[in-house]
Design a protein around this ligand. Structure first.
Ligand code: LLP
Length: 418
């Protein structure tokens, strides 16, 4: 992260706080968010888009970091918010987000979720399909702003499970069907159809595909609003290159100036590129093993960093308590879950690690906490914001008691008696 440095004792500091202290106080694995860096990145998006296209809105794609503290921060920084389901809606409302600023996504919104969103006074619903229109016809009692998600037929160059704009995407409607759905919305007295949305995929490392997406969006027709989705990639490893926020905004707005009505509202939905680089995950080394290779195993893994298994995302890592020592070996930095895909870094150059050392893995602010799970009985890590030399807990670590709460006590009792 940007607010990091090296303490006099050779250990990493984030937001002015030593990771030794953070590990001591909150335990590991721990997600650490550099709050000042995150706020700066939010302003790059909000101010950057507004300068280039004044009638604009930046939505925080909250699936990337759906924690109450983050919803609140996003609203403070002038972002609107995209929620993709009843759970994210609940968290956003609990954070005190103005419902008018909420945008509801999803390809399978249930009646109950739509009703909750309508009851909350949600700003915009992004309609995915005709069944959703059937539902809305039944549920709407007052005018509701709507966007429609279209399939642009843009094949994003990224991992197959992160590409969402190709012709065979499960999200949205192909152009011909979209036009029919738009007619239907325009004819309905309570449906306030505002425009179209697309999202071509995630972790996209070139800007041309976004320009292409804007052009495709314009072929749907003339509307008030065009929402280009998210997807800007970030640099995870030394060898990767990612466009800057400015390069990304330049590409989108240049295409918008060419293809969209000058008075239209332009929206984007960054998730990863907004939050990823402000996050560091802190682990403690449990075991070091020399077989043919050196395996350094930490106290977390794919349970708290699922994308290492889902998309084979790879990271860099440092020994956070021994930052100034030169690297002496190249290791397999692995987690503790029972799968070989539980590999955090494939060939990490590190000083000879010992049990008890701290490992920091940067660029883990997005899609880590949110996809954390209880695989192998793992506990979801705590997450802290750090700024100006102070740490604030924003979500506590799960406990073994939390693991048990969902289970019927009767069965636990039977087990202990048999
Ligand atoms: N808008 C929509 C409608 C989306 O579906 C997404 C992400 C975004 C915006 C934000 O995209 P971003 O700027 O974060 O790329 N779990 C996967 C990532 C899935 C992204 C899903 N949709 C991973 O760990 O790579």
């Amino acid at each position: 992260p940007e607010e990091s440095g090296c303490d006099v004792d050779g250990s990493l500091t984030v937001g002015g706080v030593s990771v030794n202290e953070l590990a001591e106080q909150y335990g590991t694995p721990l997600h650490i968010i550099d709050e000042a860096g995150l706020r700066r990145q939010a302003r790059r998006f909000v101010d950057g888009l507004r300068e280039r296209w004044p009638n604009s809105d930046v939505l925080f794609a909250s699936k990337s970091l759906p924690i109450v503290g983050m919803y609140r921060l996003a609203q403070e920084e002038g972002l609107s918010i995209d929620v993709a389901g009843g759970g994210e809606l609940k968290l956003a409302l609990a954070a005190g987000v103005d419902p008018e600023r909420l945008h509801f996504h999803g390809n399978a919104k249930t009646d109950a979720e739509l009703q909750d969103a309508l009851d909350a006074g949600i700003g915009v619903i992004i309609v995915d399909n005709e069944h959703e229109l059937d539902r809305l016809e039944r549920l709407l009692t007052r005018p509701q702003r709507l966007l429609l998600r279209v399939i642009p037929g843009v094949d994003a160059v990224t991992h197959a499970s992160q590409a969402t704009g190709g012709d065979d995407s499960k999200f949205g409607l192909p152009m011909d069907q979209a036009l029919r759905a738009i007619e239907r919305m325009r004819a309905h007295p309570l449906m306030d159809f505002e425009g179209v949305h697309l999202h071509i995929g995630s972790q996209i490392l070139g800007t041309e595909q976004f320009a292409e997406a804007v052009e495709k969006l314009s072929t749907a027709g003339h509307f008030n609003t065009y929402d280009v989705g998210g997807g800007l990639g970030v640099k995870y490893t030394y060898s990767e290159q990612a466009p800057s926020v400015d390069e990304y905004l330049d590409a989108i707005v240049e295409a918008a100036k060419k293809h969209l009505p000058a008075d239209a509202k332009l929206m984007i939905e960054p998730g990863r590129s907004l939050v990823a680089r402000s996050g560091v995950t802190l682990y403690r080394v449990v075991t070091v093993k020399h077989t043919g290779r050196v395996f350094v195993a930490v106290d977390g893994g794919m349970a708290d960093q699922l994308d290492i298994a889902l998309t084979q995302q790879r990271y860099e890592a440092v020994l956070a308590n021994r930052l100034t020592e030169p690297w002496t070996e190249t290791v397999q930095l692995v987690g503790r879950q029972c799968e070989s895909g539980d590999l955090l870094v494939d060939g990490a150059p590190l000083p000879a690690a010992k049990p008890g050392d701290l490992v920091a893995m940067p660029v883990t602010g997005a899609y880590a906490y949110t996809m954390a799970n209880n695989y192998n009985g793992a506990l979801r890590p705590a997450i802290v914001f750090v700024a100006d030399g102070e740490a604030r807990l924003v979500a506590r670590r799960e406990s073994y008691d939390d693991l048990l709460t969902l289970h019927e006590p009767a069965f636990a009792a039977e087990l202990t008696h048999s």
